[in-house]
Design a protein. Sequence first.
Length: 256
Amino acid sequence: MENRSVELYIMLTRCLYRDIIKKSDSMEIGGDGVERKTLYHGSADIIEKPEFGKGKKHNDYGPGFYCTENIELAKEWACTEGQNGYANQYEIDLENLRILNLADGNYTILHWLALLVKHRRTRLATPTLQRGADWLLKHYLIDVQEYDIVIGYRADDSYFSFARAFLSNQISLEQLSYAMRLGKLGEQVVLISREAFVRVQYVSNEIADTTKYFSMRMTRDDEAREAYRKVLETEDENGVFMRDLIRGGVKPDAGI
């Protein structure tokens, strides 16, 4: 495969990534001229003071406080079967914060995959999976510790199946992007640094009714599984696979 054709394909994939996660329009400018954003965190508890350093290290982007700008999505994440939860609302001052937005056009789906491989508990049971993971970490890993906030999409276990299928050459890069769109991914806004935790302020909370929102969460998961099944049933003879990237079809410094 010629380098140019693969580079053009990666540029296309970047656009597809922007289609998956749209840039947020929820930023507000207060009367004092300070940029602020409203966030929601779904939880079984009311959390008035998020604690720096308390997050799980195996979450998508490592330790942090995981939020969304969509209150309905927060309510889905808050509920478990038979257990109501809370959508905690916060406001954060963004002035001079370092924000990594994976949907701003400078990054591809490969950057997200590299972060996933780095932080999630990933069982690399075959040499093919290990080789793909190593290549992504070498060429596309971003150090999130250089940022205060990370904005990107969320990968629960169903979506992580897509990533594993790509790493093992079962689906192409185009199929991966297509499956992500079908799965209706939710966006996360993750507070990473101590400064971000200092800036965030609790506002209020709303109860998330499990009889409504747990069902919605399960429906979203079912849709992801169905999208995964449909992708596996199709063949992409001319697509870009992990093996093509490893063989040198794409230069990491080629603006992708």
